[in-house]
Design a protein around this ligand. Structure first.
Ligand code: BMA
Length: 330
């Protein structure tokens, strides 16, 4: 099917002609559509895995690389590297990432989950929910997805969903995060923080709070924000507390380019919500949890990577015009 988008919204970032892609199904009116062969990654990709989900990917060399949340068969949450030529068929390393760090206080690995990945300046940074007397935001960098160098945790516990912006803002590294508590936090707002060196964080600003319906319990940043000429496109997850537990979906917002704590637009409707069997049935049912988005400035195509039901990894597709319109008008 021919694409009818006019590339109205200017997308920053590089061209990515090999972005994974599938056309929108004929007749669909949704802003996001799922890959017809989801899930793309199951527990079978790692011998010791119970589940592989909520994972991050990035363009790397001629293909793609990623950091994958892989809960092992003790149900310890680990992170594994992976590589792919096409972004759909992945090979994951069987051994979890072992972070190098000068300070044993920081490097003792308790657990790590929900990674995000971003290229800034000259290297790839990974942030994740890192166990250190409770969940906080771990930070490391890598050049090759084989050796990883761990930095100081960004914040005091308890915090989750630490997501770096892909460039400095006002001359500083910038991160979104969601202060929380020890367990399955039943609350949470997104905040913005800045750092000159990825070690000292400040200029903390409130970005947004839960509202109603699908995003009434808590919210958290999803993929690394996508820079457009209309603002930062933020895809974020939102949680509804049903009589049977939490339900995780995702929506879209546009943040001011230079003062990203200012929300320009935010969707009332969800963008994607548990619907397919692989999102409804799993270790934690009814979870759609996006952690990465690839974008192609040439065509405006977006590929969204998300976890399904805390068990498998999936892809969905969209176009930057559709996502920006969605954030503005829903
Ligand atoms: C959140 C995180 C996510 C998970 C979600 C649903 O608190 O732990 O990793 O997908 O709960 O269980």
């Amino acid at each position: 099917m021919a694409e009818l988008y006019t590339n109205r919204v200017g997308l920053k970032g590089g061209v990515l002609p090999n972005i994974p892609w599938e056309d929108k199904p004929v007749g669909s009116t949704d802003a996001v559509w799922r890959y017809s062969k989801n899930p793309i990654i199951t527990r079978d990709h790692v011998g010791s895995a119970n589940s592989i989900f909520n994972s991050a990917v990035t363009p790397y060399e001629r293909g793609f690389a990623g950091v994958f949340r892989c809960d092992d068969r003790r149900l310890i949450m680990r992170l594994h590297s992976g590589f792919s030529g096409d972004g759909i068929n992945w090979e994951l390393l069987q051994e979890p990432i072992s972070f190098e760090c000068d300070d044993p206080e920081i490097s003792e690995f308790i657990y790590g989950y929900d990674p995000r990945l971003v290229w800034i300046d000259d290297r790839y940074y990974v942030t994740w929910c890192n166990g250190y007397h409770g969940p906080t935001i771990g930070v490391a960098y890598t050049y090759d997805f084989k050796e990883y160098y761990q930095l100081e945790n960004a914040f005091l516990p308890y915090n989750r969903n630490g997501v770096l912006f892909p460039r400095r803002i006002r001359g500083k590294f910038a991160m979104l995060s969601r202060p929380s508590d020890t367990g399955h936090t039943p609350f949470g707002d997104i905040f913005y923080s800045e750092s000159p060196d990825l070690q000292h964080w400040g200029h903390h600003r409130h970005v947004m709070s839960p509202t109603t319906g699908w995003q009434s319990t808590k919210i958290g940043a999803g993929p690394v924000p996508i820079e457009t000429d209309e603002g930062w496109l933020l895809i974020y997850h939102g949680v509804w507390t049903s009589c049977n537990g939490f339900v995780y979906g995702a929506g879209a917002a546009l943040l001011d380019l230079e003062e990203p704590w200012k929300v320009l637009h935010r969707s009332n409707d969800y963008l994607i919500y548990p619907r397919e069997a692989y999102e409804r049935i799993g270790d934690v049912p009814n979870v759609v949890f996006p952690c990465a988005a690839l974008s192609d400035a040439g065509t405006g195509r977006i590929a969204l990577f998300y976890g399904g039901a805390d068990t498998v990894t999936c892809i969905a597709f969209s176009h930057i015009d559709l996502l920006v319109d969605f954030a503005r008008s829903h």
